[in-house]
Design a protein around this ligand. Structure first.
Ligand code: ADP
Length: 221
């Protein structure tokens, strides 16, 4: 058995709608390491009406990035949790080079490091359809797609029976803003890790299970 299975710190990287969350959830089940999604944590702060949630709200709804320090502090706290001590998948973080530098700092103080960055490549023309058709469960956060992954009963979550909704930032207009943020602020993060030789590029187009197999092959290399 490959040693990474025991303790590996991963980053799932790619544009909005690349399938990071979908793929991360599959790996979470198989490897029993947590998915740390800054988008999910921010949305749970919003649902809980916390100060952080209120500060993040406007940026998120516009499709803009939340200020670095808010997200960095949030991740710093999350990395202390018991379940994050034997590996994790970071999803949606780091999203700027400043966040990547801060993450290195946080990990240095913990004598830890990122082992691999999995980059899911999906062309812009596929992204809009994926995001606009996306529906999310209000109660448990499960993600569906009207066409590619429809729930058994319309507007009802297969996992928990909760009500499905469309994120305010999942419109064609906001997707353009998010893709622009990605191109300008997030894409340079890939180059940051490429210098270290820990990046694996994965074709993120096609069947969910086929992409997952590609991802696992990249991990086993
Ligand atoms: P996506 O579908 O784009 O991957 P997420 O659920 O990861 O969406 O994030 C939704 C929103 O939350 C982003 O558009 C941004 O406003 C905010 N956000 C999430 N992670 C970060 C981050 N690391 N830095 C700044 N903002 C973030």
């Amino acid at each position: 058995m490959a040693s990474w299975r025991d303790d590996i710190n991963l980053i799932f990287f790619g544009p909005p709608g690349a399938g990071k969350g979908t793929q991360a959830k599959k790996l979470v089940v198989e490897r029993e390491i947590p998915q740390i999604s800054t988008g999910d944590i921010l949305r749970s702060h919003r649902r809980g009406g916390t100060d952080l949630g209120k500060k993040a709200q406007g940026f998120m709804d516009e499709g803009l990035l939340v200020p670095d320090q808010l997200v960095i502090d949030m991740v710093d706290e999350r990395l202390n949790d018991e379940d994050a001590q034997a590996g994790y998948i970071l999803d949606g973080f780091p999203r700027t080079v400043a966040q990547a530098v801060a993450l290195d700092q946080l990990l240095r103080t913990r004598s830890s490091q990122i082992d691999k960055v999995l980059v899911l490549r999906v062309p812009d023309e596929n992204i809009v359809g994926r995001i606009v058709g996306r529906r999310m469960c209000k109660a448990c956060g499960s993600v569906f797609h009207l066409e590619f992954q429809p729930p058994a009963v319309q507007d009802v979550c297969d996992a928990c029976g909760g009500e499905l909704y469309q994120r305010v930032d999942d419109t064609a207009e906001k997707v353009r803003v998010r893709l622009n943020e990605y191109a300008h602020n997030t894409e340079p993060v890939a180059a940051y890790y490429q210098q270290r030789g820990i990046v694996a590029e994965i074709d993120g187009v096609g069947d969910i299970d086929a992409i997952y197999q590609r991802l696992k092959s990249a991990l086993d290399e």
